[in-house]
Design a protein around this ligand. Sequence first.
Ligand SMILES: [Mg+2]
Ligand SMILES: [Zn+2]
Length: 443
Amino acid sequence: MKAVIMAGGKGTRISSITQDEIPKPMLTVGGKPILEHQIECLKKSGVDEVIIVTGHLGEKIKEYFKDGSTLGVNISYYEEDPDKPLGTAGSLYYLKDRIQDDFILIFGDVFLSVDFARMMAFHKANASDATLLTHPNSHPFDSDLIITDHNEVVAFDSKENVRDYDYNNLVNSGIYIFSPRIFTYLTEPRKYGLEKDVIAKMLGKDRVFSYHSTEYVKDMGTPERYESVNNDYANGLCEARNLERKQKAIFLDRDGTINVLKGFLTRKEDFELIPGVSEAIKMINASEYLCIVITNQPIIARGDSTVQNLDDIHRHMETLLGKEGAYIDGLYYCPHHPDKGFAGEVPELKIVCDCRKPKIGMLLKAAEDYNIGLAESIVIGDSTLDIKMAENAGIKSILVKTGEAGLDGKFTVEPTECANDLFDAVNSFLNKKERGRRIEKRN
Ligand SMILES: [Mg+2]
Ligand SMILES: [Zn+2]
């Protein structure tokens, strides 16, 4: 498997690190250039050949990595003429003859820890021509976003647009897998912008997919960012989020836990966050846990709402949370309902399924998608269905006193804990964890 690393671009001086000008990819984290971290990460995922595109100060990169034999990969170079910049994709024109198969493309100034083998499996399973690694961030309102239709990329939503509409919190992280189809868009030796001149042209013609990942990807644009990457690396956070490793999650119910319970919610105007929810989710975002929403939505089977309308409600939820700097890592809903015989229902969804809570199908699907260890995870919800699901999966749960407050009478359950609301639940759970760790450390 081959990878191309774009390591041209301008040099940098971060005075605490070096007085000399060095190429940004040679900035060190934990005593090693970012580029070396990247190559090691690629190698772990099965990459055996790396092409580094160099520019200004490229000789410093070559001097350090040579042919790659000390790292156990084959490294070759393409040198850009610093006086004729080729943009973010123009150099690919010159690599046509060196690449025959699907390949990974990354930028050398990004610190990352990604399971590329997993991403490649997704790319292949979708017979994709361009796969973009996307993730949520804490400021979607001023980020460039990706618009998808069930993982297929349909448009780019520029941050320059006036965002008076709801959107999914889906940000392009600058990590790609391409099929050789990409070369048909690079027809002449000139400057190309990867997104604007290449991927945007592929939309609607080729298969372009969003690969949703919760892994660590951060560019080193500013000294502050550089420092935060160094801290995260020292704390083991970068590695911990690699999907090769088992993840932990806090699974949240939606109605009555995140938003105020108002019967069956079919209009996004009725979606109202419970006070403290954004803060609670921000605490999860800052922790080692993924934040995954698991919700029964029989309104689809009943014919009271369409999937499109439900997607709209979820975009609205993500927009409201995003404005507060909070995001969810994943969302799963069950559209089914078991009882047949109502006017307007959707017969094929009126089934006994494996995902409707208290069944554990949605937990299992999330666990598969994000390599989550359920034993380390927890469910927080307002209904006995949520607690029963946690019991069925053999994991811990917290019952909140908002929404149904556990008074729905469907099951007799014993939550591990009770809390006033989501904020209290998350606060108590994460603080206990923290206390536990401190005690562990002392011993
Ligand atoms: Mg609920
Ligand atoms: Zn279901």
